[in-house]
Write a new protein. Structure first.
Length: 155
């Protein structure tokens, strides 16, 4: 497994590194007063798609971070299937986004915080492609706290 280092910082795994990139997208969403969820799609160690929630700006309930990142990645690849790619997202995907990942045939999904109310795993774990490998809980506390702080500021 490849590890990334930054100056004197200890080495981190690719999953941690790319989740940090998804967190940057989530922070961008927060700056735009969107629910702070971010996503990146990675293929062979390179980010080929990224996105954050745009539901408010676009007035579109389907403009989730995952949808933005998956569409950008497919455009980059010049095809609709992404079996060699990993989707990193700060929050467990909803049923809509998990269903979209099925059609993209994404190879892996790595997410940060679990979503007990709307996460696909709580409703239907078989909605993703049968070959998709799923890993949750990467930087879970930081991902979760970002969303909690956003909603706390809205109350």
């Amino acid at each position: 497994m490849k590890y990334y280092t930054f100056g004197d910082e200890p080495a981190i795994s690719p999953d941690e590194f790319f989740m940090n990139e998804a967190l940057k997208e989530a922070r961008q969403a927060r700056q735009e007063d969107e629910i702070p969820i971010g996503a990146v799609v990675v293929c062979k160690g390179q980010i080929i798609g990224k996105g954050h929630n745009l539901t408010e700006r676009l007035n579109d309930v389907s403009a989730h971070a995952e949808m933005q990142a998956l569409t950008a990645a497919a455009n980059y690849m010049g095809g609709k299937y992404l079996p060699e790619c990993t989707l990193y997202v700060t929050m467990e995907p909803c049923v809509m986004c998990a269903g979209a990942s099925y059609w993209f045939q994404i190879g892996r999904i790595v997410f940060g915080a679990y979503d007990a109310r709307r996460g696909f795993g709580r409703l239907n774990q078989t909605i993703t492609h049968p070959k998709t490998v799923i890993k949750g809980g990467v930087h879970e506390n930081e991902c979760s706290q970002l969303v909690k702080d956003f909603f706390k500021s809205k109350r």
